[in-house]
Design a protein around this ligand. Structure first.
Ligand SMILES: Cc1cc2nc3c(=O)[nH]c(=O)nc-3n(C[C@H](O)[C@H](O)[C@H](O)COP(=O)(O)OP(=O)(O)OC[C@H]3O[C@@H](n4cnc5c(N)ncnc54)[C@H](O)[C@@H]3O)c2cc1C
Ligand code: SF4
Ligand code: SF4
Length: 343
C-alpha cells in the first residue's frame, strides 16, 4: 500500500482587532509561532493609549521607548499584515473559518512619504489633536506622533479643503511634497472580505466622558483636567513640552489635587474599579512633585497597589511629600479663577 504524504496545509491567518500594546504583543507572539496575522486598527497609527503616556509605573521607564521598538517590529515582521484606518463591519462563519468584512479608509499619502513635514508647514487647516486629547493642535495633513507606524503622514479628509465639493482646490501640500507622496485619487473607502481562522479582540478601553459628573465641573473650567490630558502635559513631546501649566493662563500651578475613582465604583456610571487609576495617579503625583510643584494631594477611596513594586512606589511617593486624604470629593467649585475641591 502506498501511503500518500499529506499535503502541506496552509495556515489561515488570525485577525487581531486593535493595535494597542495588547494587540501588538499578541501579533508578535503569533507571528513568532509561525501564524500569519492581520492586525486591524481603526486609527492612523498602531500604539494605542501606551503611545500617549509619558512614563510607566512603577519603574518610570519612558513609555514610547518601550513600545516604539515593538511597533516597528510589527511593521517589519513578514508574518504580520497591518491595516490601519480600518474597521470591522461584519463577521460570519464559525471557529476556525471566519469571513471578516472590513472597511479601509484612504490615507491619501503613500509609502513615498519621507516624513519631511513640509506639507504641514503649508496646510492652512487646524484641528484639535486627538492624540493630545484636545490639548494640542494638528493640521489637516499630519502624523499623530513622531514614532507613528505606519510612518506615512495622513490626510483627515473631513478637515481638508480638497474635500468635495472643492470648487477651489487647495493643493498646497501637493505642491510642497517633493517625493510626490500625496494622492487625492485614492478611493475614500474600500471594503474587503478576509478569511481567518480566529479573531482576537484587543480593542482596549474608552475614557469616561468626565463632563457627565456635573458636580466636578469638568469642561466648565480649563484647569480641571482628566488623567490622560495631564499625562500628555507631562510628556516632553506633548502640547506643553512637558511643562505643567494651568491651561487657563499658562502659569505654573502651586497646588494640584488628584481625585481617584471618578466615574468608577459609582452606581451611576461604572460600578467596577478601573484597576489603573490608583497606580497612574501615584505615578502622576510623583512626577508632579518631581516637576517642583510643592503642594500635591491625592483624594482616594482606597489605594489598590496590587502588583510587583506597586506598594513600594506608593510609599516612595508619600516620602517625597504627596499628601493622601481618604475621601471622595462632593464637588469642585468653579466660581473663582481657581477650581476649589470640596471634600
Ligand atoms: C492616564 C493613564 C495612565 C496610565 N499609565 C500606565 C502606566 O504608567 N503603566 C501601565 O502599565 N499602564 C498604564 N495605564 C494603562 C495602560 O494605558 C493600558 O493598560 C494599556 O494601554 C491598554 O492597552 P490595550 O492595547 O489593551 O488598549 P488600547 O491602548 O486602548 O488599544 C486599543 C486599540 O484598539 C483600537 N480599536 C478600538 N476599537 C477598535 C475597532 N472596533 N476596530 C479597530 N481598532 C479598534 C484603538 O484605536 C486602540 O488603538 C494608564 C492608563 C491611563 C488612562
Ligand atoms: S506627505 Fe510629503 S511633504 Fe508631507 S511629510 Fe510626507 S513627504 Fe513630506
Ligand atoms: S489640500 Fe488639504 S491637507 Fe493639503 S494643504 Fe490643503 S487643506 Fe491641507
Amino acid at each position: 500500500m502506498v501511503r500518500l504524504k499529506p499535503k502541506e496545509k496552509k495556515v489561515k491567518p488570525v485577525m487581531v482587532i486593535g493595535g494597542g500594546i495588547a494587540g501588538i504583543q499578541a501579533s508578535l507572539d503569533l507571528a513568532e509561532a509561525g501564524v500569519p496575522v492581520i492586525l486591524v486598527e481603526k486609527k492612523p497609527s498602531i500604539g494605542g493609549v501606551m503611545a500617549a503616556l509619558d512614563k510607566n509605573f512603577p519603574t518610570l521607564d519612558c513609555s514610547i521607548c518601550i513600545e516604539a521598538p515593538k511597533m516597528s517590529e510589527v511593521m517589519q515582521n513578514k508574518n504580520i499584515t497591518v491595516k490601519t484606518l480600518t474597521e470591522v463591519i461584519g463577521v460570519s462563519g464559525r471557529a476556525g473559518n471566519f469571513k471578516v468584512k472590513v472597511r479601509e479608509k484612504a490615507r491619501y499619502v503613500t509609502d513615498a512619504c519621507t516624513r519631511c513635514d513640509e506639507c504641514v508647514k503649508v496646510c492652512p487647516e487646524i484641528r484639535a489633536n486627538e492624540f493630545d486629547y484636545g490639548l494640542g493642535f494638528r493640521k489637516a495633513i499630519y502624523t499623530p506622533f513622531q514614532q507613528a507606524e505606519p510612518s506615512p503622514y495622513v490626510i483627515d479628509i473631513d478637515a481638508c479643503l480638497n474635500n468635495p465639493p472643492n470648487y477651489m482646490p487647495c493643493n498646497r501640500c501637493l505642491t510642497a511634497c517633493l517625493p510626490q507622496a500625496i494622492d487625492f485619487m485614492q478611493e475614500p473607502y474600500r471594503e474587503v472580505e478576509i478569511d481567518v481562522s480566529s479573531i482576537i479582540l484587543a480593542t482596549g478601553f474608552d475614557m469616561l466622558d468626565a463632563s457627565i459628573l456635573e458636580e466636578y465641573n469638568y469642561g466648565r473650567h480649563p484647569d480641571i483636567l482628566t488623567s490622560i490630558e495631564y499625562e500628555r502635559m507631562l510628556n516632553s513631546a506633548g502640547p506643553t513640552e512637558g511643562h505643567i501649566v494651568r491651561p487657563s493662563n499658562h502659569d505654573h500651578p502651586e497646588k494640584i489635587a488628584f481625585i481617584l475613582c471618578v466615574g468608577s465604583r459609582d452606581q451611576r456610571y461604572a460600578f467596577y474599579c478601573s484597576r489603573v487609576c490608583c497606580m497612574y495617579s501615584i505615578k502622576e503625583a510623583y512626577q508632579t512633585i518631581d516637576h517642583g510643584v510643592k503642594d500635591v494631594t491625592v483624594l482616594y477611596m482606597d489605594i489598590r497597589a496590587y502588583g510587583k513594586g506597586f506598594d513600594e512606589f506608593h510609599a516612595r511617593t508619600k516620602k517625597e511629600g504627596v499628601k493622601y486624604i481618604r475621601g471622595r470629593p462632593s464637588e469642585i467649585r468653579v466660581d473663582g479663577d481657581k477650581p476649589v475641591v470640596v471634600y
